[in-house]
Design a protein around this ligand. Structure first.
Ligand code: CO
Length: 136
């Protein structure tokens, strides 16, 4: 992250039921729903809502055993992670490793929309799970 500052790609909120959550975010608040996608790999159904320069993602667990299912069971619904959009995720991950930052993903994996993503442990960030994402 030496050259260009990252932008906020999205803020993700864990919800037990997407349709119930959309009655606030889409119907009452009026945000456009860009997409609803099942991401099997992460065990979630995701609704992507449009803001002026970023997105809100609502994450509904596909099962109680999925990471988001366990998150809701232990902490309740709420803020799940923030995602920064970066230019060169591999380089950022190696810099973080050099600084002994606690990572969940040592290497990028493929996330929603085909982006390369990796998660940084909440213990490193001040308590909030952080996703790094690079769109090609
Ligand atoms: Co995300």
């Amino acid at each position: 992250m030496d050259h260009k500052l990252p932008s906020l790609d999205h803020v993700a909120i864990a919800v037990p039921n997407l349709e119930a959550a959309l009655t606030f975010w889409a119907d009452a608040l009026g945000l456009p729903t860009l997409d609803i996608e099942i991401v099997e790999q992460q065990g979630v159904r995701v609704a992507k809502l449009e803001l002026a320069n970023t997105h809100i993602e609502l994450l509904e667990p596909l099962s109680a055993e999925s990471p988001v299912g366990k998150f809701i069971a232990s902490k309740g619904p709420g803020l799940h992670h923030v995602c920064l959009q970066v230019d060169d995720i591999k380089s950022d991950l190696s810099k973080l490793k050099q600084k002994e930052v606690k990572l969940i993903d040592q290497e990028p994996k493929i996330g929603a929309g085909g982006a390369q993503i990796a998660f940084v442990h909440p213990k490193a960030t001040g308590g909030v799970l952080m996703e790094l994402s690079q769109h090609d």
